[in-house]
Write a protein that binds this ligand. Structure first.
Ligand code: MIG
Length: 839
């Protein structure tokens, strides 16, 4: 069947008029934007013309279609070696450069960019003799054509970006280059192994499932987004090349002061934004591609997986063992063997005969269950999912050589691959997910193999065709978005099935914007020390790529873990956003109790600590959802001006207050820790360290090097076997004093989306301490949600003098003082409260 025919039938089949409207609009918009491009001559553009365009854009703005956001204002256009080049202004500090691979620009669509509102941006465009000058309130942009060159200054004349004399070259694909400043660092790019500071490396961005776990290989989620940080660490800018084909990034590898980006296929669609520091750059990035949502609170709990718990009986045993041993656990995973012959959306009739009953019982014991779903649909005429999909033209990715759906071998044998770029495939996938899994009680979906991977070749064949907004393009040109669109299908399905709940989707492959739909884990790591080091760096790099909710398989996936490695891994693993132990078929058991009682005790203690830290951790998640800030923060994010921090990827902060420095080598019982400026309090001993400084810190098994930044308030609560086990009546505020003290606690119901309507409680902590006086104010900022808390327990650490007088809102109050700790209990009145201690 020819592909145009597939597209046409698709439109006819689409009974929902929305889809047709959108298709018409798409082509309308393409015409509109082309004519705008042609019309933009190099003469001074008047504000009147620009406001007319604005109003045309506003009409587009009203279209609700998610994949078709309004696009920013085009301000300049030219032809370069026969290729259309346009420059748009998204706002006063954000540019978009588009270059047509084949003459004119292709359709203006994106899988990544979902930002819809672009403020009206005033600008002045002046034609000079050999260039055009564009001024906004934030930038001065100099554009030259033939050859095309671009330079960006701030309003003080400092150069922010310069392309060099010839920015574009064409050959097989498009290459764009620019100059690198001296000592400029580069971060982000998703799941790319060393170098953590990407500068000096050459990288191919093309998602792959490569079991070898070479530190320099391609992993499952590579994102053409980067943060450039200047030498002083004071200024940063962001860039994104919105092209889901194969890209090669040379970041000062071939030529130390030049970066070049080669696109094998498709148009260049380069976003550049210059808006402050590393935080603002990342915030703008999630503004462009979408924020993660608040996950369900249980998603922060401890999770246990294995490939596979093969029978219902084994799953029940594992669940019982967690409860019997009093090791907190919130989530159990069912890997591929729960299915019937690996057919997606089925259950194994003998091994999982009654999933509803199993899930009901597990829920009663406080467990949530996440099932794996792979993309490959088994070719089997007796299998309803296959039959249905095969009957729908275009539901599977098409092999143009045979005009039949492409066949690839995966776990079920020969399979076809759904084309998730089609909205109706995503919709049907979501319905099946609901009917066979979610409606039976499954709480979350785990998307695997979605690079996509087949057993036949290292790469999914590039010539296979996908719908791709009606463009019917070869897979290789949109390879990067297979995992993203599968996660989207899962998320959309979940949202429709349970509109009031928060979806819990985990995906192995992804791309720019995947944070809107899913959390990510680092895939098939290994039970080796080297893999653990790599995983930590991957987590941190993902955090600097807009994907805050990440984690690696604790203990490692492939090979047999050792007791020491498991202990060292869980010691920092519990500080990851995603805290799950998982291991491969054929490896030894890898539950927290599988390595003897010493390791079991360490695991329990660390998991309990995570459960105690839940109020703090959740607040850090909320901040990530709102601002794109990583949850596990590399030191450079918090201390960008400290040059020592620029390449540190073997220690990290959780939020801004907790510093974790894992032991990453066998036999070590201490390690060197870098302390950035400030005072740092050792979690277990209370010893203080003053930065900036490198120090050797003792870290015997079971006592990992964890520190709190002085001046922080860490909200904590008692441990539970699972989130929601108990009504929590008391929140402890662990205060590590300094001249200034700050902290935040965000609470909501942890399951619904009511927080979007203000149903949350936000408490700000502020205070300070000097030799004579301690003060802490608890100030509720939002009070739309009432937690079960009755009282706060304020615990001030490091108090060596006896408290003389304690008052709460001016009235004298009792105090406990022991081991340099001052404890004051304060009822939670829901109103502002101030605690003062005189020494
Ligand atoms: O080819 O489902 O990364 O977590 O246990 C291996 C079996 C397929 C790879 C995933 C891993 C999972 C495994 N899967």
């Amino acid at each position: 069947m020819n592909t145009c025919y597939v597209f046409a039938t698709q439109l006819i089949r689409a009974r929902r008029s929305l889809q047709i409207t959108v298709a018409v609009l798409l082509s309308g918009w393409a015409i509109l934007s082309t004519s705008l491009g042609m019309g933009s001559t190099l003469t001074t553009t008047s504000k009147i013309a620009s406001s007319i365009r604005e109003s045309q854009l506003l009409t587009q703005n009203e279209e609700p279609e998610e994949t078709m956001p309004n696009k920013p204002l085009e301000i300049w256009s030219a032809i370069e070696d026969g290729h259309r080049v346009t420059l748009s202004l998204a706002d006063a500090h954000t540019l978009r450069l588009r270059v047509g691979a084949h003459g004119e620009l292709g359709k203006d669509v994106s899988y990544a960019v979902i930002r819809k509102r672009w403020p009206k941006t005033d600008y002045k465009l002046t034609q000079e003799t050999d260039h055009v000058r564009i001024e906004t309130s934030a930038l001065e942009i100099i554009v030259r054509s033939q050859p095309f060159a671009l330079r960006v200054h701030d309003r003080k004349g400092r150069v922010l970006f310069q392309s060099g004399k010839r920015a574009l070259s064409f050959g097989s694909g498009i290459t764009v280059t620019h100059k690198l400043e001296q000592k400029e660092s580069i971060y982000g790019m998703g799941e790319v192994g060393e170098l953590f500071d990407r500068r000096g490396g050459k990288y191919t961005l093309y998602n792959t499932d490569d079991f070898s776990r070479n530190v320099r290989q391609n992993f499952y989620c590579q994102i053409p987004f980067a943060i450039h940080l200047n030498a002083a660490g004071t200024r940063a800018w962001g860039m994104f090349i919105d092209n889901p084909g194969r890209q090669t990034w040379d970041l000062g590898f071939t030529n130390p002061d030049t970066a070049s980006y080669h696109l094998a296929t498709g148009d260049l669609d380069l976003w550049l934004w210059f808006n402050g520091d590393i935080r603002e750059t990342l915030r703008d990035w999630v503004e462009l591609t979408g924020r993660m949502e608040r996950p369900p609170l249980w998603g922060l709990g401890n999770q246990q997986s294995r490939w596979s718990y093969p029978t219902e009986k084994r799953v029940r045993e594992i669940a019982a063992e967690f409860r019997r041993r009093r090791i907190p656990c919130d989530v159990l995973y069912l890997d591929i063997d729960y299915m019937n012959g690996y057919r997606v959306f089925t259950w194994h009739p003998q091994n999982f005969p009654n999933p509803e009953a199993l899930l009901r019982d597990l829920h009663r014991d406080g467990f949530r269950v996440v099932t794996i779903v792979d993309p490959g649909v088994k070719i089997d005429p007796d299998y309803p999912v296959y039959k249905e999909f095969a009957q729908q033209p275009g539901f599977f990715c098409m092999d143009p050589a045979t005009s039949q759906p492409f066949v690839g071998r995966v776990w079920p044998g020969e399979t076809h691959f759904p084309d998730f770029t089609r909205p109706n495939v995503r919709e049907r996938w979501g319905e099946l997910q609901d009917q066979t899994l979610v409606a039976k009680g499954v709480d979350g979906i785990w998307n695997d193999m979605n690079e996509p991977h087949t057993f036949d070749a290292k790469e999914f064949p590039g010539h296979v065709l996908q719908y791709d907004f009606g463009r019917n393009r070869p897979h290789s040109e949109i390879h990067q978005i297979y995992g993203l669109t599968m996660a989207q299908a899962s998320w959309e399905g979940f949202r429709r099935a349970r509109p009031d709940d928060r979806p819990f989707i985990i995906t192995r492959s992804g791309w720019a914007g995947v944070q809107r739909y899913a959390l990510m884990w680092t895939g098939d790591n290994q039970s080796t020390w080297a893999s653990m080091i790599l995983d930590l760096q991957l987590n941190l790099s993902m955090g600097l790529s807009g994907i805050a909710f990440v984690g690696c398989d604790i203990g490692g996936f492939a090979f047999d873990c050792t007791p020491e490695l498991y202990a060292r891994w869980i010691e920092w693993g519990v500080f990851q956003p995603f805290c799950r132990t998982h291991s491969a078929k054929g490896t030894r058991d890898q539950e927290p109790w599988s390595f003897g009682s010493e390791v079991e005790n360490i695991a329990r203690k660390m998991i309990e600590l995570r459960m105690q830290l839940l109020p703090y951790l959740y607040t850090v998640f909320v901040t990530a959802a709102e601002t794109g800030a990583p949850i596990n923060r590399p030191l450079v994010y918090e201390f960008p001006s400290d040059t020592n921090c620029r390449t540190i990827a073997d220690q990290f902060l959780v939020g801004d207050a907790i510093l974790v420095a894992p032991v990453l080598f066998s036999g070590a019982d201490r390690r060197m820790v870098y302390f950035p400026a400030g005072k740092w309090v050792h979690w277990w001993t209370g010893a203080t360290f003053t930065g900036p400084d490198y120090q050797i810190v003792e870290a015997p098994l079971g006592q990992p090097a964890v520190f709190v930044r002085a001046g922080s308030v860490i909200p904590m609560q008692e441990s539970q076997q699972y989130v929601g086990e108990k009504q929590i009546h008391e929140t402890a505020l662990e205060v590590f004093p300094a001249t200034e003290i700050h902290g935040l606690l965000v609470e909501d119901d942890g399951v619904s989306r009511a927080y979007l309507d203000g149903k949350e409680r936000r408490t700000v902590f502020e205070g300070g301490m000097d030799e004579k006086h301690f003060r802490l104010t608890l100030r509720p900022e939002k009070t739309g949600y009432m937690p079960a808390r009755k009282q706060w327990r304020i615990r001030v650490h490091g108090v060596s003098q006896k408290p003389q007088q304690v008052s709460v809102d001016g009235k004298s109050a009792p105090v406990l003082w022991h081991n340099e700790l001052c404890e004051v209990v304060v009822p939670d009145s829901g109103k502002m409260t101030t605690v003062e201690i005189q020494f």
